[in-house]
Design a protein around this ligand. Structure first.
Ligand code: PSV
Ligand code: MN
Length: 430
């Protein structure tokens, strides 16, 4: 038996924090009441909110310069599931993980599904990987995968995506996320129009293999590793592809995949309008695709994204059922701590957006009262919703303070004993 944090420890840790939490919750209830908002309505929505943990996120990340592995990090998908389950146990907001293949490949998917069920974890979107060559792979992706000039390479990449769907079916997943690194590093390297034809041709084959209740998420990214022209560089290209493919194709927004200063919330609003928003890979960044913890650099941007999401939910926008996932690289922190804090920051942005008086905001907008409108929006952002988040965790059996409880448990030290071997590249830690 491997170590799991005892629920009794969570209860003990919570006991010392409950009185302060009750005080804070009561004060926030009264504050929200004065603004015409019902704390229980917000708490119910927060409790129903879930965000998936990327299996590759629980291992220590790295840069192209170095990776500094941490003791006790997961060695394989079974270890990763344990860590995901710990995050869920403490936060109660991450009931599923999002696996990446072939990093998470195993011989027996029934065993994997059973282990996940035993740990109380489900499987969100499966992610394909045609951005790396794997040992023993017949053809290289150095010059592209789904859009490679050579049909045999495109076929190999299509086959991998179909295999991901088949694995996902065994795991109970309902979506495939496709991100390709394809593109060019030099003007003239490839024909910008022809590569898009190849993308559509390849995706059509993958799309045809989607089970009836599945969706495919197309993830765009401006640059890296292609630094001149990435094939699926932006939301416009992604939307064109989704519309060409059919009703099961949606556009996934990774917050780190845009040009600097781009108005991401407006992109989100447009994709919602088109009925094609797949969901998110949450993370934060200062310069590029930094993959920092969600809300760590620009929490106001995260809030503005959630403002659009709450607005869409309240107007019951057509086709609006986004999938929420994290996609981060934890290079200098304990990944479990980073992921728990990130989940909380995503929940926080959601709760803050729920704390906006939308009727008053609409009235201010209609009256062209700019200052009142912006003040009303800011009032949501400036609301300290922490008591709602903590109370929601407590009510569901989670930790009032997940990081403190995690540290008190000594989980990582226990895992260092249980997981002596260092993680290798096959565990998807890049
Ligand atoms: C690419 O930068 C990306 O955001 C894609 O989602 C990949 O699947 C993930 O990172 C992991 O490399
Ligand atoms: Mn991503």
């Amino acid at each position: 038996m491997t170590y799991r944090i005892p629920d009794s420890l969570i209860a003990e840790e919570n006991a010392g924090r409950v009185a302060a939490l009750e005080d804070d919750y009561g004060a926030l209830r009264r504050q929200l009441e004065r603004r015409g908002l019902d704390i229980e309505a917000i708490a119910a929505k927060v409790a129903a909110f879930a965000v998936a943990v990327p299996t590759w996120g629980v291992g220590t990340g790295g840069t192209r310069f170095a990776r500094f592995p941490g003791a006790g990090e997961p060695r394989n998908i079974f270890d990763k599931l344990e860590d995901c389950a710990t995050i869920q146990q403490l936060t109660r907001a991450t009931p599923a993980c999002s696996p990446h293949f072939p990093w998470d490949k195993v011989g027996d998917y029934r065993e994997l599904a059973e282990r996940a069920t035993a740990l109380g974890i489900g499987f969100d979107a499966v992610n394909s990987n045609t951005f790396q060559d794997q040992p023993g792979q017949a053809l290289s992706y150095k010059f592209g995968s789904l859009t490679h000039a050579t049909k045999a390479v495109r076929d190999q990449a299509v086959a991998h995506n179909i295999e991901c769907i088949e694995i996902g079916e065994k795991l109970g997943s309902k979506a495939l996320t496709v991100w390709i690194a394809d593109g060019s590093n030099f003007p003239g390297q490839s024909n910008l129009d022809r590569v898009f034809d190849w993308y559509l041709e390849s995706l059509r084959e993958i799309y045809a293999r989607l089970p009836g209740d599945w969706r495919v998420f197309l993830e765009h990214k401006l640059c890296e590793p292609a630094f001149y022209a990435t094939v699926i560089a932006d939301w416009g290209t992604s939307l064109m592809a989704a519309q060409a493919l059919g009703p099961k194709a949606f556009c996934l927004v990774d917050l780190g995949h845009h040009a600097p200063n781009v108005n991401i919330e407006q992109i989100v609003a447009r994709l919602i309008r088109a009925g094609r928003l797949a969901g998110f890979h949450f993370n934060d960044s200062k310069y590029g695709d930094d993959d920092l913890d969600a809300g760590s650099i620009d929490p106001f941007r995260l809030f503005r994204v959630f403002n659009e999401l709450v607005d869409a939910a309240e107007r019951k926008a057509r086709g609006f059922h986004p999938a929420y996932m994290l996609d981060q690289s934890h290079n200098v922190t304990d990944p479990i701590e980073s992921l728990m804090v990130s989940v909380i920051e995503v929940q926080r942005a959601y709760a803050q957006a729920l704390a906006v008086d939308r009727a008053a905001l609409a009235a201010a907008q209609d009256a062209s009262d700019v200052m009142e409108a912006t003040r009303l929006l800011k009032a949501g952002f400036l609301t300290d919703v922490s008591p709602i988040l903590a109370e929601s965790r407590r009510r569901q059996g989670g930790a009032v303070d997940p990081v403190a409880t995690y540290r008190a448990s000594g989980y990582r030290a226990r895992k260092a004993e249980e997981r002596p071997a260092a993680a290798g590249s096959s565990s998807g830690i890049v």
